[in-house]
Ligand binder design. Structure first.
Ligand SMILES: Cc1cc2nc3c(=O)[nH]c(=O)nc-3n(C[C@H](O)[C@H](O)[C@H](O)COP(=O)(O)O)c2cc1C
Length: 207
């Protein structure tokens, strides 16, 4: 189990699977301070398609993703090209960053060190500062270019944690599948959720 991270950036890119990010925010909120959120421009298009969320990056507020959540106001939202945000600098970078879902476009940018928006820059900072960076890609099938880029970011220190839920816990709902992936992300952030489904261990049983 890795050391628990205390501060976190969650970044949403334009891959399919925005619901993974929403659930991660919900479950991460009690554990991280500060908790930054940044969203790429293409991700707003995907969120409209998948969540019915219609918002321009300039008008977005985290409460739109977590309506009624008492702690949603604690999330520090940073706009896609705000390079003045703390997460853009190694001097103020959080302990960990998760890009979920992570598009192949963003993986390619990171592999090439060619940052364009705040997500690329913040992830670049995590790599150069040797902090924890978790990428949750969602693409299938993978081309040779994708595979080479995933290898490059792994060699640079990132953890590639594909959005591929297991089925051995016999999921009954889409939420069960989402929670499987989110539990694995939280494990890698050092947050051990007793409700997480684990092979050979019943939920809430002492390990
Ligand atoms: C509805 C929708 C679903 C998409 N799903 C994926 C996907 O699963 N994986 C992926 O790599 N790109 C996907 N894309 C394409 C990306 O959004 C596109 O490559 C974009 O440039 C990624 O930019 P970003 O990484 O800055 O968010 C999707 C686009 C749309 C509109």
């Amino acid at each position: 189990m890795p050391e628990p991270a205390r501060s976190l950036t969650v970044a949403i890119t334009g891959a399919s699977g925005a619901r993974y990010a929403v659930r991660l925010l919900e479950r991460a909120l009690p554990h991280f301070e500060p908790l930054y959120l940044t969203i790429s421009r293409p991700a707003f298009q995907v969120m409209e398609q998948e969540l019915g969320l219609k918002s321009a990056p300039e008008e977005f507020s985290p409460a739109l993703l977590l309506p009624g959540h008492p702690q949603a106001k604690r999330i520090c939202y940073c706009q896609p090209y705000d390079f003045g945000a703390p997460i853009a600098s190694g001097s103020a970078a959080p302990d960990a960053m998760v890009i979920v879902p992570c598009s192949m476009g963003t993986v390619g940018r990171l592999a090439a060190g060619a940052s364009d928006d705040l997500i690329h820059r913040a992830a670049d900072v995590m790599l150069k500062e040797r902090r924890r960076l978790i990428l949750v890609p969602r693409e299938t099938p993978l081309s040779l270019v994708h595979l080479r880029n995933l290898l490059a970011v792994t060699e640079a220190g990132a953890v590639v944690l594909p959005a591929s839920p297991g089925f051995y816990h016999r999921p009954q709902t889409v939420e069960d599948l989402i929670d499987f992936v989110v539990s694995r992300i939280l494990d890698h952030l050092g947050v051990r959720d007793p409700a997480a489904k684990r092979w050979g261990i019943a939920a809430n049983e002492p390990e």
